[in-house]
Every structure is written in C-alpha cells, then in structure tokens.
Ligand binder design. Structure first.
Ligand SMILES: Cc1cc(OCc2c(-c3c(Cl)cncc3Cl)noc2C(C)C)ccc1-c1ccc2c(C(=O)O)cn(C)c2c1
Length: 233
C-alpha cells in the first residue's frame, strides 16, 4: 500500500517543482504579439525566435528551482541545460498547442509555426509529437515533473558526474510514477507511455539541429541567448 502512496516529503518536493513550473510562463506581451503581428514567414520566424528566447529564460529559472540542481557541478548544470533545452521547449510547446489557449492563440501559433521556414520533412514529426502529447491529457503536476525529469537526464553530452544527476532524477521519476497511478488509475501503462514520449523527444533533437542549419542557410538570425544555448553562429 505504502508503495503507491505519495509521502509527505514527496508532496512537498513536488509542490516546489509544480509551483515553479506554473510561476514561469511566457510573458503576456510576447504571446499578445501572436495575434497582432502580420503573417509572413519572416515575421513568423522573428516571433518564434522571440518566444524561444523568452522560453529559454523561463526554462533557466524553472531549472534553478529544481531541488538539488544548484548543488551540482557548475559545468554539469550548463551541460544539462544545453542538452535538454530543445526537448523541454518541445514539451512546453506541445503542451501549449494541445491545450486550447485563450482566444484562438493555439490556431494562430500553429499557423505561424507552419509558415516560418521549417521544411515539411520536420513539420510532420513535430506535429505528430504535439498530437501524441495531446492524447496523454497530462495533468499539470505530470507536465512539471516530466519537464524536470527531461532536464535532469544524466546522459547528456559533456555531463561529468552522471551519478549526481541520477540521484536527483530518481526521486522525481518515483513521484511521477505515483502521480500517474493516482491520476490515471485505469491506465496501468500510462507511466511507461509518458517515458516513451521522452524517447520521441530525443529524435526531435536531431530534427531540430537540421532545422537550425536550414534556417542559417537562409541567413536567418537568432538571439545571443539562443546562439549560446544551441551552439550556433
Ligand atoms: C510555441 C513555442 C515555440 C518556440 O520555439 C520556436 C522555435 C523552435 C521550436 C519550435 Cl518551432 C517548436 N518547438 C520547440 C522549439 Cl525550440 N525552434 O526554433 C525556434 C525559433 C528560434 C524559430 C518556443 C516557445 C514556444 C512557446 C512556449 C510556451 C508558450 C506559452 C505558455 O507557456 O503559456 C504561450 N506561448 C505562446 C508559448 C510559446
């Protein structure tokens, strides 16, 4: 019985992560532009770049609040952020696109992504991922914990102290497993399906690298923060 119950300290641990996840949203003025700016591949790319830059800032703040993250080796902190940024952002954009945003933002956002210079071959896997996340109907706690689990993935490039990262990721996986059992009692495989999405996310990493290359071929400009986190330019 006690295996399934979420303990008091796990509740507290989860609350820190979920509160931080909810606190860190893209500012309204950035999302408002979604409806205002005119439609052109150029304008859409600029808007998406602005949202990505804002999302990276949000991501860094969220990551700093993950219990234990700031006590990791500093170079490993950077390696984890750089290694997980794209995946965490795909997770977030999938959650945003699969839950109806207010006043038609979702359609507008999807339209702008579809017309931003991303070639068709990447569009399909990207929107398939969005659909597969939507079908999971994750509750907020699951979204927050899945994002934290993605960030604290030990086998990112250049991470030196794997065990230290595993020690942080394991308790989060344990809480996530219990949450899944709690919120999806009739789907015993739900937790496994959730982790399966993390595998799909890794493939999106590779597509994203190609997306960046093709944007750069068309001489598209990124912001300094994106150049730093994605090692471009
Ligand atoms: C929706 C999107 C896209 C985005 O990146 C846009 C990009 C991507 C790319 C692509 Cl297209 C899809 N998924 C992940 C990547 Cl990272 N790759 O390069 C770029 C730029 C540099 C062109 C970054 C961020 C958001 C985003 C995230 C959260 C919210 C949000 C909320 O939290 O309430 C409200 N809105 C409107 C959001 C928008």
């Amino acid at each position: 019985k006690e295996k399934a119950e979420i303990t008091k300290e796990q509740q507290a641990f989860m609350k820190v992560i979920v509160d931080s996840y909810n606190r860190h949203q893209i500012p309204q003025d950035v999302t408002k532009k979604l409806l205002q700016e005119q439609y052109s591949a150029e304008e859409n790319f600029i808007l998406l770049t602005e949202m990505a830059t804002s999302q990276v800032q949000v991501l860094v703040e969220f990551t700093k609040n993950i219990p234990g993250f700031l006590s990791l080796d500093h170079e490993d902190q950077i390696a984890l952020l750089k290694g997980s940024a794209v995946e965490a952002m795909f997770l977030r954009s999938a959650q945003v696109l699969s839950t109806k945003m207010p006043n038609g933002h979702t359609e507008v956002l999807e339209e702008r992504i579809r017309n931003s210079g991303i070639s068709e071959e990447f569009m399909t896997p990207m929107f398939n991922f969005y659909k597969s996340i939507g079908k999971l109907h994750m509750v907020q706690e699951e979204q927050a914990l899945l994002t934290a689990v993605t960030i604290l993935t030990p086998d990112r490039p250049f991470v030196k102290d794997h065990p230290a990262v595993e020690r942080l990721q394991e308790p989060m996986l344990e809480v996530l497993r219990k949450l899944c059992a709690l919120h999806h009692p009739r789907e015993p495989q739900y937790f496994a399906r959730l982790l399966g999405r993390l595998t799909e996310l890794r493939t999106l990493n590779h597509y994203h690298t190609e997306m960046l290359t093709s944007w750069r071929m068309n001489d598209q400009k990124f912001t300094p923060l994106l150049c730093e986190i994605w090692d471009v330019q």
